[in-house]
Design a binder for this molecule. Structure first.
Ligand SMILES: O=P(O)(O)OC[C@H]1O[C@](O)(CO)[C@@H](O)[C@@H]1O
Length: 452
């Protein structure tokens, strides 16, 4: 299970911010918010109580195993979870041509419409050995749909049976992908109605590509379920979810509008990308539940240790006091190096000799946290004893639940994203979609331009 250390987030150690006692004064409120979220059984919790979605994915086991590549076409919550699972739970060079995958698939996620990026994936794979999983809850997202059309065009042209190379992961009833699937006998997977994109990684959205590359999806769910029990039953003063929520709430209320997630592990790095969407789209809200303008939210930022020590840490230590940092670290790595004891007469090198490379990395993490503490910058540390499915499942549930609890404490709706819509509509107008012409006229002042 995950380990949490919040010692360097309190005034007792960093000389500023809330004391443990002050945080505890509000612990019951946060515990109440957490319980309210759980009692409401949002979709991301409900899906853990059923095997339905795991079984839905597993029924395609033999079909999946006939492919060398699974290419996911999706964006945002329909891609970030897939990337996070792939990067954290598979070896870094899993997709390399000469890696022994023991018959499991390579996974590529095309989550952008940059033509050079799309080409980089599509021009290098053998279509006949590839399954394209088009993921879109709404079935209307322009990026996912454009990439689907490109792939569909390629498949149709190739003479392959398109339906044998396509999988649609979408709403159980609505949307164009359902219509096409029914019309053409294309296989589908369900994105449950009550689960929004950014909370959907443990539904077929994230599970299918994970399963195809050999990730134990039952263990992912098991870890999430164990986490749920842990956070539900832990008393407030020792509850890592309650304390984290209160520390972030206190940070927001005291001008710390930036939340940095800094994994000290390349494999954990993409979990921070998944977290960014979750935190940003869920908590960045103009109105509270009563319709009052509040402009809530905290800007999530990702950084990679140790790399960004040499890029960002100067700012975090000495720049504006507007950040709260969450470090992620790994206790055990699947491989390690003993640094050779060479150049023993050179003191600047000899202290490294005989030490594990991972010891240097984790010492740098702790050293950075202590230096930040000395500068009055709060940090929390989450440790993965091991990088496996159960721990990643727990991490996902922890952040989904934390985000929803924050929504409750901030009195906002963490499950919608109205702020994304306007840009989409203007783009439709620009692309000539019928009915959206008005959006252009409404928002561009043709009489005033500054083009340099
Ligand atoms: O799964 P869909 O409907 O294609 O949406 C993709 C993403 O677009 C958004 O609606 C807006 O960015 C996200 O909330 C969502 O994860």
């Amino acid at each position: 299970m995950l380990k949490f250390d919040f010692s360097l987030a309190f005034k007792e150690n960093i000389g500023t911010g809330p004391t443990y006692e002050e945080i505890l004064e509000r612990a019951d409120i946060a515990l109440g918010a957490l319980n309210k979220v759980i009692d409401n059984q949002p979709g991301f919790i409900r899906i853990l109580g059923t095997e339905e979605y795991i079984e839905e994915v597993q029924k395609y086991a033999s079909w999946f195993s006939s492919f060398e590549n699974i290419v996911v076409l999706g964006i945002g919550g329909s891609a970030l979870g897939n990337i996070a699972l792939h990067k954290s739970l598979k070896p870094i060079n899993w997709n390399s041509p000469n890696f022994d995958r023991e018959g499991k698939a390579r996974v590529f996620v095309v989550d952008n419409i940059d033509p050079e990026f799309v080409d980089a994936v599509l021009s290098k794979i053998d279509l006949s050995k590839t399954l394209f999983n088009i993921i879109s809850k709404s079935g209307t997202t322009a990026e996912a749909m454009a990439n689907y059309l490109i792939v569909r065009g390629m498949l149709d042209k190739s003479g392959l049976a398109s339906a044998e190379h396509l999988l649609f992961t979408t709403d159980p009833e609505k949307g164009v992908l359902r219509v096409i699937a029914e019309r053409e006998g294309i296989r589908t997977l369900t994105i449950p109605r009550d689960v929004g994109g950014r909370f959907s990684v443990l539904t077929p959205v994230g599970l299918a590509s994970a399963f195809a590359e050999g990730i134990d999806i039952k263990a992912l769910h098991r870890g999430a379920k164990k986490g749920l029990e842990r956070y539900k039953n832990q008393k407030a003063s020792e509850n890592p979810l309650v304390l984290n929520a209160l520390l972030h709430l206190d940070a927001m209320n005291s001008g710390k509008r930036i939340s940095v997630m800094m994994p000290y592990s390349n494999r954990l790095y993409l979990l921070a990308d998944w977290y960014r969407q979750l935190w940003a789209e869920s908590l960045g809200k103009k109105f509270d539940k009563d319709g009052k303008e509040i402009f809530a939210g905290q800007t999530p930022v990702k950084a990679l240790g140790a790399v960004d020590q040499h890029s960002q840490i100067q700012l975090y230590n000495e720049g504006p006091k507007d950040k709260i940092i969450t470090f992620l670290r790994l206790e055990t790595f699947s491989v390690d190096f003993e640094i050779p004891a060479l150049h023993n007469d050179i003191e600047a090198l000899s202290y490294l000799g005989g030490k594990a490379l991972s010891t240097l990395l984790n010492s740098e993490q702790y050293g950075t946290a202590l230096a930040l503490a000395k500068n009055g910058v709060p940090s929390l540390t989450i440790t993965f004893p091991e990088l496996n499915e159960e721990n990643v499942g727990e991490f996902i549930l922890y952040y989904e639940l934390l985000t929803a609890t924050m929504g409750e404490l901030l009195r906002i709706n963490p499950y919608d994203q109205p702020g994304v819509e306007l840009g989409k509509k203007i783009t439709y107008g620009l692309m000539g979609r019928k009915g959206y012409e008005g959006f252009l006229k409404d928002y561009i002042n043709d009489n005033w331009r500054l083009e340099l």
